[in-house]
Write a protein that binds this ligand. Structure first.
Ligand code: PEP
Ligand code: MG
Length: 325
């Protein structure tokens, strides 16, 4: 099976009825970026900066971060690389920055922590921009945003870092595109206002599922309730795609759902043309999407949204796939 997928890797991801889908890589360590599959990807859709931070014994200095981010950008020449600012807290801890909370997934996570430690955020933003050095590969992504004010404050820091780097380099460099993760339900209902502030959004279906269903994504006691195919979750995703189209806001999905054949076809039916996933899943998703057509997927999606449970959704999509093969 793997061999069949790989044989088509250099073929473009286009559905039978001509829709082109871009496939990006989720990356956290350089080892993952160097594989040959990466050559076929359209870019890095999510670079999780916290992974490198977690392996250190101290906050990496600006110089250390410049070196790290340069390597990431060079691994994907001439293609976009979306770098997410630090997303620690929740289940991701730094050994040198202990956080103890009763409810970490609802606590000091992602952008909240960065905005409370602007010194750390500024170093990170400065390092990203220096690594990019005006090549315009870099796009900056803000995690765990729940309030519009967080976007506004983060944009001020991005502006400040940009001005500093321009004057230190003594040349004009284009501003990087900025995006926001859609992973807290409140933002699903404020996409019109998000669109006025940033260039793109990236849907974190892992956290969005966790927060919509109030189910800890890592707790085995409730793992049966954690389900991205829950029709309530699918309807939220559908709404995101419709609102993004209406407000001309670029959107991609970088959660696990995008890396599953069933999830990928449903997202495609919703109108999402950009999926980001672990590099190992790219050949399979490419293979699957080259064999479906949007005209069959749309009625399939409509039926799924009317079902009662995630289990029923998976059965229906499973039947669709078995009839095809
Ligand atoms: C997500 O929440 O779906 C996501 C992509 O981010 P992470 O898994 O790093 O929280
Ligand atoms: Mg997340």
């Amino acid at each position: 099976q793997e061999r069949r997928y790989r044989k088509e890797m250099s073929e473009p991801t286009v559905t039978l009825d001509g829709r082109r889908i871009k496939l990006y890589v989720n990356a956290g360590l350089l080892g993952g970026i160097k594989s040959e599959v990466v050559n076929e990807a359209d870019g890095i859709g999510l670079y999780r900066t916290e992974i490198a931070f977690m392996l250190q014994s101290h906050f990496p200095s600006e110089i250390e971060q410049i070196k790290l981010y340069s390597e990431v950008l060079q691994s994907m020449p001439n293609r976009p690389v979306v770098m997410r600012t630090l997303d620690i807290g929740g289940d991701k801890a730094l050994p040198y920055f202990p956080i103890s909370e009763v409810n970490p997934f609802l606590g000091w996570r992602g952008i909240r922590l960065s905005l409370d430690h602007p010194d750390l955020l500024l170093i990170q933003l400065r390092a990203m921009m220096q690594a990019d050095h005006g090549k315009q590969q870099l796009q900056i992504l803000l995690p765990m945003v729940s309030h519009l004010s967080e976007i506004d404050i983060a944009l001020q820091y991005i502006e400040r870092a940009h001005t500093e780097i321009e004057s230190e380099l003594g040349k004009v460099i284009p501003k990087p595109k900025v995006g926001v993760m859609i992973e807290v339900p409140s933002l699903v209902y404020q996409l019109d206002q998000v669109a006025q502030r940033v260039d793109f959004v990236s849907v974190g279906s892992n956290d969005l599922t966790q927060y919509l269903l109030a189910v800890d994504r890592n707790n085995p006691n409730v793992s049966e309730l954690y389900d991205s195919y829950h029709p309530g979750v699918l309807r939220a995703l559908q709404r995101i795609m419709l609102d993004c189209r209406q407000h001309e806001l670029e959107v991609s999905v970088c959660g696990e759902l995008a890396s599953e054949p069933m999830g990928a076809v449903l997202l495609l039916a919703m109108g999402c043309n950009k999926l980001s996933m672990n590099h190992g899943n790219i050949p399979k998703i490419n293979y699957v999407l080259r064999r479906v057509s949007l005209s069959e997927l749309k009625p399939l999606l409509r039926s799924c949204l009317l079902l009662d449970s995630g289990e029923e959704v998976r059965d229906l999509v499973h039947n669709y796939f078995s009839q095809k093969s």
